[in-house]
Design a protein around this ligand. Structure first.
Ligand SMILES: [Zn+2]
Length: 236
């Protein structure tokens, strides 16, 4: 195999590990040595593979440090997202991928909100949380208020592209999600997550905000992923 295709193969394999959640944003990539072993190649080819990943926006290089998994640039996430969304909505696996894309995007937005959200913007989030509390056992009402909360977060940067993205796929993703078995308990936990996010924004604690948001979104992501896996098992 040519050197180039081996390096791009390594990049694609590692990108696959990121998309599947095996490697998460901020994680260190495996050492060069272990990657050499995994792919049966020398260090220079592994380095070429990491350079390609860097070009894809999926790896961060700090000097002298092992590369870490990066959150892709928003512009990359947004490119073609609207068209892709139509396709991705089709099944649970697609939903899981969308949830992951959403996680990357909202993680950036919540960090921005910690630094920049105005009192009026935070008040809008609080209003959505109160509406969630008033609709805990009403699926349509809760989802509506839940969408409002995440939309309020998308509005903080004042960038219409984020709001459009939210409307393009997050809104639909949330409203079409399968209904949980234990709706009341599920919604209560979900809204506790919103409250934690707001507390972290008010405390200007970026780490806590990202942690709370990730926990909040990953619950759904895992639900879709598990359903997708169960469907695959049943089909075989
Ligand atoms: Zn939510």
């Amino acid at each position: 195999m040519a050197t180039d295709s081996t390096a791009s193969n390594i990049a694609n394999e590692l990108a696959g590990d990121i998309h599947s959640g095996l490697l998460r944003p901020g994680d260190m990539f495996p050492s060069e040595r272990s990657l050499c072993g995994r792919f049966g190649v020398g260090r220079s080819i592994v380095r070429d593979g990491m350079t390609i990943l860097h070009g894809m926006g999926l790896a961060d290089h700090a000097k002298g440090m092992r590369p870490r998994v990066a959150v892709p640039k928003l512009s990359r996430v947004m490119l073609g997202a609207s068209d892709a969304a139509q396709y991705f909505f089709k099944d649970n696996e697609g939903r899981a991928h969308l949830q992951q894309a959403r996680l990357f995007l909202e993680t950036s937005m919540v960090q921005y909100a910690v630094q920049n959200a105005s009192n009026a913007q935070i008040a809008k989030m609080v209003g959505a949380v109160e509406e969630c509390d008033a609709n805990l056992d009403n699926i349509a009402g809760f989802r509506n208020a839940d969408v409002k909360f995440h939309r309020a977060l998308a509005e903080v940067p004042g960038n219409p592209i984020f709001v459009a993205l939210h409307e393009t796929f997050v809104d639909r993703l949330m409203k079409r999600a399968p209904i949980e078995d234990n709706l009341l308990a599920h919604n209560q936990i979900s809204n506790e997550g919103h409250k934690e996010i707001i507390s972290a924004i008010l405390a200007k604690d970026s780490g806590a905000a990202v942690r709370s948001l990730t926990e909040h979104l990953v619950r759904n992501y895992e639900t879709f992923l598990h359903r997708s896996l169960i469907n695959k098992i049943l089909k075989t």
